[in-house]
Design a protein around this ligand. Structure first.
Ligand code: CU
Length: 197
């Protein structure tokens, strides 16, 4: 019994260590407000992020406002919480989409298409060559996305015939379904080279 307890205690310690690990993985969790603001603003061209509202996740995991804005854009310091932050600057509709996404709501709250910039790129998770929405999907691996724009609207994959995976042409439909959005790689110079013949 005593032994079982000791094993349990070990297990709990191991669990809390792995939690700490998971938190340390997020680059933004150790940033000062000033760094968070700078990171958030780097997602969009300066003339947009300058007047945008700035938000970041607090220690409780909830979004908090770091700076009020005046141009209806909002920049959020870190969308995916990985070792490199992926900030996003979004107009009103796309901010409502991103907020729903961060809160894990079943569908986004925006009722019209929005546009968002992810000037430092972002992350997605893939399994068997397919993009999956849940990073916790067993066997999913993390893939870096280059800088891109997003049009946050649930485009119909069948009607639009948009590709569902990144290609060298840089536009595809990510997360077909309620969170569907058009990914547009922002910098054509960053597109991968065409396959060799
Ligand atoms: Cu995307």
């Amino acid at each position: 019994m005593k032994k079982a307890f000791a094993i349990l205690a070990c297990l709990f310690t191991a669990l809390s260590y792995s939690n700490a690990d998971a938190q340390n993985k997020s680059a933004s969790s150790s940033m000062s407000d000033e760094e968070l603001i700078r990171t958030a603003m780097s997602a969009a061209p300066p003339h947009i992020s300058r007047d945008a509202a700035i938000m970041a996740k607090g220690p409780d995991g909830k979004l908090r406002v770091l700076k009020e804005g005046t141009n209806e854009f909002t920049c959020i310091a870190d969308l995916s919480g990985q070792e490199a932050p992926d900030p996003i600057c979004a107009d009103r509709a796309a901010t409502s989409w991103a907020t729903s996404f961060l809160n894990g709501e079943p569908k986004p709250a925006n009722t019209e298409p929005g546009i968002a910039y992810m000037g430092l790129g972002g992350w997605h998770w893939e399994k068997d060559g397919q993009i999956v929405m849940d990073p916790a999907t067993p066997g999913a691996k993390k893939v870096k996305e280059p800088p891109h724009w997003m049009i946050t609207w649930p485009f119909d994959a069948q009607k639009t015939a948009l590709p569902l995976n990144p290609s060298r042409f840089g536009a595809y439909l990510m997360y077909p379904g309620p969170y569907g959005h058009l990914m547009v790689y922002q910098d054509p110079m960053k597109l991968p080279a065409p396959p060799r013949k």
